[in-house]
Design a protein around this ligand. Sequence first.
Ligand SMILES: *Cc1c(COP(=O)(O)O)cnc(C)c1O
Length: 410
Amino acid sequence: MNAPLIKRPFDVDAVRADFAILSREVHGRPLVYLDNAASAQKPEAVIAAMANAMRGSYANVHRGLHALANETTDAFEAARATVARFINAATSDSIVFTKGGTQAINIVAAGLDVKPGDEIVLSVMEHHSNIVPWHMLRERKGAVLKWLDIDDDGSIDLDALDALIGPRTKLAALTHMSNVLGARTPAAEIVRIAHAKGVPVLLDGCQAAVHGRVDVAALDVDFYAFTGHKLYGPTGIGALYGKRGLLAAMPPFEGGGEMIDIVERERVTYNEPPHRFEAGTPPILEAIGLKAALDWYEAQDRAAIEAHEAALRDRAMAALRELNWVKLYGQAPDKGAIVAFSVEGAHPHDVAQILDRQGVAVRAGHHCAQPLMQRLGVSATARASFACYNRLDEVDVFIEALYKARKLLS
Ligand SMILES: *Cc1c(COP(=O)(O)O)cnc(C)c1O
């Protein structure tokens, strides 16, 4: 029997102690890392899990008849079970390991049976990962993209969504949280509206899975994509959740070892999901690292982390609203701790560079969301994005650094 999971009471300094990198300096200043929506830092538990696997028990998975192969297969499949539990998927075999969020969405795009004129519904605030695969279906198979508009804060109009979904709609592919505006989408309502018309839903959870609890069973969502490296795990690993029947109906994505059943000269048959979609040697060490990341995260008080991130967001938003030379993009009160902004008269890249000289890492650019930039009428923004290990006083350092940027750039 498992011991009851004892949650660590939330203490930001104790959390930071798990991340050696957070105590380094850049340009002679203490690092203030606010680029978490692009990639998060990794706790020692992840580094140790991957290093220990390489030192102590490593081989290729699934095809071995020796101890190390069996141990590694067990570790790899335990990671799959951990991912399933993390998003409350009923069974592990509904979890496909991918190389990231992008590949998870591409697997679905490649597997959909699309005829010319079939429609994909998506919003204008999607990440390119949830746009370009559908554009490729447009180019290759004649799919039609139906764009759902947003309001300035990133909320979507459910009646407009309902109106966009028609008899030719193959899939609604929508973000669960914008990586620019931080806006959360009403996933349960989206699924209800789409299902009422018999249309499956894919949610891009690359941000939402970091900043809140995901329950694919309660949402009744058909596909859910997320990525490891934004969830305190390693790069090179992500996951696609799919309902069993839908995954079983999809053709493979890539061909190679492990994804087959029988290979003959004139014939090939394919393995069952999830292995059908995992051609070749999978990201074994990365899966072990992802498991360590999810175990580490689940051992924290997640509710307290959500409250802490909300406090970071509120402190940053309140301070920025005071500055009449700062423009904010996305001000939904319940948004994730992702703050997109620009400084009047200054290019976001210049702002980011001056912040960097002061130790503050933010991102500037289109954030892989060019249709959203067009919707907002800008070519780029700066973005500060927070993680559970950011301290409230780091918000103050960021704001001070921004004053300096303003002074130097205007
Ligand atoms: C980062 C991100 C992706 C892409 O994930 P990768 O792991 O980089 O492939 C997709 N969607 C959103 C919303 C993201 O933030």
